[in-house]
Design a protein around this ligand. Structure first.
Ligand code: SF4
Length: 384
């Protein structure tokens, strides 16, 4: 967007008003790919530009519905000054790296994004400083595998987090998705980096399966016991830490026994906030050669996993009820209501109009599964 504005373009989110339309594509699963193709077909008679992952790996599919101009993600990266950010606002986003060091057998993203390319630490620190100066309280660090940041240069994420935590100002960082195999290599320093109150006690650890044999077929590079070690190490230091995860159900050949190991790991690790995806064959990946399980099995297992994940989500929220916690306002919900975060990144809704960046204390009152409600505790100056 910044590059386009530099060219003198005026940006609009309403395609009807636009002289040219840009579609930023994703093809991570089959359903997303179909949605993208429908959207491209919709704009086929316009001055259409396509970017994102699809043109890198599925140009043939794009050409089957339209004949757009192509902007490859690498071109954007070359032209962009500094690191990719989104803001200003109460929440700012900083892209710390693209690509990964994985070789997951089901993944098409690695062909589109390529090998790990980390932004220089100084550029990231500058981007965080700029967002904080513009009023951001929550800074999200993003990448396919944030734990891998810097590895290609021998630098490590925990050192970057320590440097970010030294930046003056009132803000907190929400580290993005981290591959368990990469986390294992930096586990102790990473846990120490979370000591700073400028890092939300939140970890997104996509484990995909709890079965060692499925994890092998997925080429994930860790075992279920490694996941338990990561979770226990974090929770030993930070008992309330929110650890979320992603799972794929119905990977080719997944047996009932292998699936029950996944349920077991979900329970043992007590992941809060779980994304569940039914396995979807991606063209050109090693797993595409394997025989798919029937759709019904993939669906049933997703449902069973979701029911268990919801139960865990509820019990995590319920343990906060009646407790007092620090909060910061980051989002507007509806008039008379504000979305806040606590230090564990718990979604706390306060039935009051609070300005972005407001900090205070509140008592958690109710569990609404995807958030909790809370009542503000008046500050000492407001008490009579
Ligand atoms: S870590 Fe694995 S799933 Fe993630 S982008 Fe890389 S290859 Fe894909």
């Amino acid at each position: 967007m910044a590059i386009l504005e530099g060219f003198g373009c005026t940006l609009t989110e309403r395609p009807k008003e636009a002289d040219a339309v840009i579609v930023n594509t994703c093809t991570v699963i089959g359903a997303t790919e179909r949605k993208m193709l429908r959207r491209l077909a919709l704009f086929a008679d316009r001055d259409l530009y396509v970017t994102g992952c699809m043109p890198v790996v599925q140009m043939d599919k794009i050409r089957s519905v339209c004949t757009p101009h192509v902007i490859y993600p690498d071109e954007i990266r070359e032209r962009a000054a500094g690191v990719g950010t989104r803001g200003p606002g109460a929440t700012g986003v900083v892209q710390v790296a693209s690509g990964c060091v994985g070789r997951c057998s089901y993944c098409i993203t690695r062909f589109a994004r390529g090998r790990l390319a980390s932004a220089p630490a100084e550029d990231i620190l500058d981007a965080v400083r700029a967002l904080v100066a513009s009023g951001a309280y929550e800074i999200q660090l993003t990448g396919q595998d944030v734990a891998a940041w810097g590895l290609e240069r021998g630098e490590l994420l925990p050192d970057l987090l320590q440097e970010i935590a030294k930046i003056p100002g009132r803000f907190a960082v929400r580290p993005g998705m981290m591959h368990p195999a990469t986390v294992l290599g930096i586990l102790d320093p990473l846990v120490r980096a979370y000591e700073s109150e400028k890092i939300f006690r939140f970890l997104h650890l996509p484990v995909q399966s709890g079965s060692d044999t499925v994890l092998d077929r997925m080429q994930r590079g860790y075992a279920a016991a490694d996941v338990v070690r990561i979770v226990d190490t974090f929770r030993d230091c930070y008992p309330d830490m929110m650890i979320s995860s992603d799972f794929i159900t119905g990977f080719p050949g997944e047996t009932d026994e292998e699936f029950s190991q996944t349920l077991e790991l979900l329970r043992r690790a007590a992941f809060v906030k779980v994304n569940i995806t039914r396995y979807s064959r991606r063209p050109g990946t090693p797993a595409a050669a394997l025989k798919d399980l029937p759709e019904r099995i993939r669906k049933d297992r997703s449902r069973a996993l979701l029911a268990e994940a919801n139960r865990i989500y509820d019990s995590y929220n319920e343990r906060w009820i009646g407790r007092e916690t620090a909060i910061v306002a980051t989002e507007k919900n509806a008039p008379g209501s504000t979305v806040c975060r606590n230090p564990c990144y718990l979604n706390v809704v306060v039935e009051e109009d609070l300005p972005f960046g407001f900090t205070g204390r509140a008592v958690i009152t109710k569990n609404r599964r995807h958030y909790v409600t809370a009542e503000l505790i008046p500050s000492d100056d407001e008490k009579v």
